[in-house]
Design a protein around this ligand. Structure first.
Ligand code: FE2
Ligand code: FE2
Length: 195
């Protein structure tokens, strides 16, 4: 799309990941639900931490609302399959991404927005892989819809970052974070979880 900033992930999710997800789809759904719940919280925290940035507050509320809807959708799926929400384990991917944030510096918000954008891009990539692999057309359609939504979040965070910090600073830091994310993803254990 013209004017749409480019964000190209550096590491492709391996086929083995899709196979692990399909082999234990309930475990994947439980982890997926936990991820959606956590991003609601992250988006609202962002709004609370930067109340002076009205555009950011609006974006955060809008995204939190959509993520809450995703959480409800995945929870309903689990319920229909006779399962509930799972235990809340640590997520090495999200933990690794959050450690890339330069906390307590003037670059903290720049980093936070770009990290959110990259994490959304990874979610989008993986939801599309799940959608392609699923046999159930209704379930596949849901994952396609979720992928579209995360793609929009990726673009919204990135656009906001460019508006607040300019193209040059955004592009330089985005490149660094994409490299780091690629390395992180290549080192992740393959499991029936979103990351
Ligand atoms: Fe989501
Ligand atoms: Fe999202």
């Amino acid at each position: 799309m013209i004017g749409e900033p480019v964000l190209r992930l550096r590491a492709e999710t391996p086929r083995a990941w899709v196979e692990a997800v399909l082999a234990d789809f309930d475990a994947f759904l439980q982890d997926h639900a936990a991820n959606e719940r956590k991003v609601v919280h992250s988006a609202l925290t962002l709004a609370a931490q930067y109340p002076e940035h009205e555009a950011l507050v609006e974006v955060s509320i809008e995204i939190a609302r959509e993520e809450l809807e995703h959480f409800a959708q995945v929870h309903a799926l689990l319920k229909a399959r006779g399962r509930g929400l799972g235990a809340d384990g640590p997520d090495p991917y999200v933990g690794g991404m959050r450690r890339l944030e330069r906390k307590g510096t003037a670059d903290q918000l720049l980093d936070r927005l770009l990290i959110f954008s990259v994490v959304e891009a990874r979610g989008c990539e993986r939801f599309l892989l799940v959608a392609e692999a699923l046999q159930d057309p209704e379930l596949a359609a849901l994952y396609q819809e979720l992928a579209r939504s995360e793609a929009r979040h990726r673009a919204v965070y990135l656009r906001l970052c460019r508006e607040l910090f300019g193209d040059a600073r955004t592009t330089v830091r985005l490149e660094e974070l994409l490299e780091a994310e690629g390395e992180l993803v290549r080192g992740l254990p393959v499991r029936a979880a979103l990351h």
